[in-house]
Design a protein around this ligand. Structure first.
Ligand SMILES: [Zn+2]
Length: 132
């Protein structure tokens, strides 16, 4: 993290992204607009998918004798606890997409945060320069 911050600080001095103060750099604007679009249009789930063999519960099924079915679970955090919820095959593609959307939202937020971190260092340097 520390090394990352230092490299951001150094690269900030080498490239001037912002032409005018107050305008967002093009890249950051694109990232923010993609983020807003995802949040506006797509469902998302803060969770992850986990494959685990499962017992179906039907009497006389092979799984009752140890031959388990492949199963997919949605791992969700509910308050302090983690819950594993079985995902039926018919909903697998949809749930996968919702989880993927969350992951993309997270990656985009990280990029916005990186840009803001660079801005912070620029402002900090400017503030330091103004000090008597
Ligand atoms: Zn079974």
């Amino acid at each position: 993290m520390c090394i990352y911050l230092i490299s951001v600080f150094i690269s900030d001095n080498m490239e001037v992204i912002m032409r005018h103060r107050g305008y967002l750099p093009t890249k950051e604007r694109q990232v923010r607009s993609r983020l807003a679009k995802l949040l506006h249009e797509r469902p998302l789930l803060i969770g992850s998918l986990v494959s685990m063999p499962r017992v179906c519960g039907k009497a006389g099924c092979k799984c009752a004798h140890g031959e388990l079915h492949p199963g997919l679970y949605l791992s969700l955090r509910v308050g302090e606890k983690r819950k594993m919820i079985h995902v039926p095959q018919s909903l697998e593609a949809q749930v996968r997409q919702w989880v993927d959307t969350y992951q993309e939202v997270w990656r985009l937020m990280e990029r916005v945060s990186e840009a803001c971190c660079q801005r912070f260092f620029r402002e900090k340097q400017r503030a330091r320069g103004k000090r008597p």
